[in-house]
Ligand binder design. Sequence first.
Ligand SMILES: [Zn+2]
Length: 466
Amino acid sequence: MRKILIALILSILLSGRAEALSLLTVTTAQASPLANITNNEIILEFPETATFRATFTDDVNITSVVLEYGNEQQTCGEVIAKAFPQFTPGKTVNAEWTWEMRQSGSLPPGATLWWRWRIMDANGKETVSETKTATWLDDVHDWRTMNNGDFLRLHWYEGDQIFAIDLAKAAYNGLQFNETQSGLKAEAPIDVYVYASTDDLKDAILYEPSWTGGRAFPDQDIVILGISESDLDWGRDAIVHELTHVLVGHLTFSCLGDVPTWLNEGLAVYSEGELDTPSQRQLEDAIRDDTLLSVRSLSGSFSEVSDKAYLSYSQSYSITKFLIETYGQDKMTALLLALRDGMTIDDALIQTYGFNIEGLEDTWRQAIGAQPRSVFARPTMQATPTYVPTIIPVSGAPLAQQSTPTVIPTSSFDSTPATEIPARTSPPLGLSLILIGICCVMLSLIGVLILGVVVSRQNRTEGENG
Ligand SMILES: [Zn+2]
């Protein structure tokens, strides 16, 4: 049930091509008079490359040119990427260096790039240029921007204003719902880029993993989606879903913690409102047939198998709804903060609710009228986890991403499944299990050999004695 939320005042800021190349803004200035820096610019070939260029002049030969660059985002450490462009030493130097996104990993549309030059002359004097920034976005589309409240900037290029207002309202309501119901509050403006289609969205990113509908980049407060005018119903939910991932990512950002998938997706689906009818029916069937997935198995990547993928989302929704509506949003916030601070999900659950994952599953099953958890029947891990290629950002830490499969939540329940979910950087669990298995087998063999030797010696001794 969607709650009717506060009436909106939309402040509409329409600006054609608001984010194009011309939007290069200078943020700080710390130029030294030592050397003169001119033609300091960036040329974007979206989504492939960003080329940095500048001309330096000095009274003596310039001997070193270093480009420091990156994109603005939450990171675990202060690692600054450096590039060393080739140049001919002299009193006037032209330097150029190209950031190849295919090598470094794609950045989300709307990301803020920054750069500065650090040059050294033959006298050992260093000059650091001003730091400049630019928005990483295509200039193919005629982007317009609409603000709604302090925390939402919707960017779109196709469809009329009514289309954009519709989505901006849905997004705003989603933020309100998250704040009042789940305790998730926006702390910085979130930029939502609405592409006119899935194809346009794919053109804007270099990688094409198994998701197609949308993606959240919590570290950069960016959401990208492909929503056509005929897909508004899905679009409204998807936008809220992805915004929720940004909020969760923000609240839990740290270099320690990890939010289990069932909780992250559960909060996202919960923010959309009630489950759609097919998902609800599938969940009810699973309860009736006792085919629910174990909660622990939903902590990692969701299944690639269509039915299981849908059930994973529906179950995550049900578990999260149960936690929020039974124990309150304060406890949900406490749980998320415990995860942020590096607690395991079991410890965080115990500290907050007094039960671990299995305890949660038992309590939840009872609450929804499901059979008691079978201790032995269900595997704790799924057979075919999906690993999404991880985008490696310049500054070191992997980008946190969450995706919405095109078909969730939607009426087209039978279409091709939605897969994937969070990016993982640790080695695949399957590999670890295989290695552990091999170790066990080796140890067993050694044990058998030792036992054999001992027994045969004993036999020999007994024979000698007897
Ligand atoms: Zn999601």
